[in-house]
Design a protein around this ligand. Sequence first.
Ligand SMILES: Nc1ncnc2c1ncn2[C@@H]1O[C@H](COP(=O)(O)OP(=O)(O)OP(=O)(O)O)[C@@H](O)[C@H]1O
Ligand SMILES: [Mg+2]
Length: 524
Amino acid sequence: MSNASSNASSNASSTRSSGTAGAGSPSFAALGVPADLVAILARDGITSPTPIQAATLPDSLAGRDVLGRGRTGSGKTFAFLLPLVARLVESSLPATAKRPRALVLAPTRELVNQIHEALKPLAKAAGLTTQTVFGGVGQNPQVAGLRRGTDIVLACPGRLEDLISQGHCQLGSIEVTVLDEADHMADLGFLPGVRRILEKTPVESQRLLFSATLDNAIDVLVKRFLRNPVTHSADSAQSPVAKMDHHVLHLSREQRVPVLVDLASAPGRTVVFTRTKHGAKALARQLNKNGVPAVELHGNLSQNARVRNMDAFHAGQASTLVATDIAARGIHVDDVALVVHADPPAEHKAYLHRSGRTARAGAAGTVITLMTAEQVRDVRDLTRAAGIKPTITKVDTISHPILTTLAPGERVLVPGGLGVSTPEPAPRGSGGSGGGSGRSGGRGAGGAGGGTRRRRGGGTSSGGSGSSSQGGGQGGQGRGRGQGSGAAKPAGGPGGRSGAARRTGGSGQGGSSHSAASFSGRRG
Ligand SMILES: Nc1ncnc2c1ncn2[C@@H]1O[C@H](COP(=O)(O)OP(=O)(O)OP(=O)(O)O)[C@@H](O)[C@H]1O
Ligand SMILES: [Mg+2]
């Protein structure tokens, strides 16, 4: 990790340091972003480029192959979407049946959907069509979209290869390919498929590779597929996200669940990571049983359940998401106050990506690793490799004051938790029960919602305009009590669970109207 950028850049023809971009950097317009796209961003309160955006946009807009590394939550999505859209508008070739003009590859369905949500308004303004392609849902709507002629395909590699082999999609007209989470896409599991896909795109087409951790895993892709690329590292590989506090709680196995219940029942959204699917499922159950409205996300769930659970978390019906590393990469939910590694991750990159679900886009956040005696060495090694110096506290009772220091505020428990949050792996297409249909009330003062939210330290920011993509009717963030100064967990303003009890009803079909896993407000 320490030499990640030098490894990545060793294959690049030029490397530019861009750590000082950001404040005082040129505007989007000055960087060459077309005016109608600038207007779309401004509508959501995005007016000045982040360092990775300022660093990469001039090259990516000019058509160069780019390797971009910027911290988690630093705006890499727009860093690749803006040039992608601008380049397609510039070339102004028509979209033809089965032959998309641009391709975005990402490792999970949730991430594909999320990138799609960010892309939609830009694509609409530019008159471009989009189609998501991933497994777990019927292929017919995807095939139909491709047949109609889609400009931009956003895909997980497996289903895309399926559709290609069935003759529903050809990549010979691709002008731009993006690999989001590029180092992960170069990992063993993904690499063969990603290679085969890239091989089908024109040699002279543009390639953009982005991640928070670009290490030598990507060398194989860089050597084979990038032409004269430029690498931009918007921060040092060893510089942690500024407002992210790292803690390790040293505890016994028996304390694990009680401590998690205590932390997760404080105000604010929490993401808890486990190492296995079974672990995620079991822990979500235990949290619900103990009164914490929790949903799970892992690969054993049907796509319907995945969409439903993410919707419930976005909408605030569930205050806690218990996930495997499936949620570690790229997933953005506004105002996640706390990330807990209930099981320490397998390696330091996973630690950085998991942790990066909090403290995004300049917000503050707290990261806690639970560590039992036998995990001491592993945790030490991985935090060291991640360049993190956590504060370690021995916790022998759940009344230990560190817990309220890290997750301040009144603990609110809802009997039975979410009640319906942990469905069995359902057969494909089964509707299951509606998340949040049962209980209401509990946290918060109820109902008003609307996206007002409080950041750490009590600063209030309005996220109102950006929250409409969830389909309306959501009750804000759903956790009621803000803490005053020094609060580590931002709270959800007035929105209570009672106001968030409606499902958003995402179908998981990935079509253009699908809104699952979208940003629930871009920026406050
Ligand atoms: N220039 C900007 N100003 C303010 N907010 C921005 C800007 N660009 C992006 N954002 C917002 O920052 C948040 C995080 O962005 P994004 O998901 O692209 O981060 P990322 O760098 O891809 O993180 P990760 O490494 O976890 O995937 C989003 O809510 C996004 O809308
Ligand atoms: Mg991202």
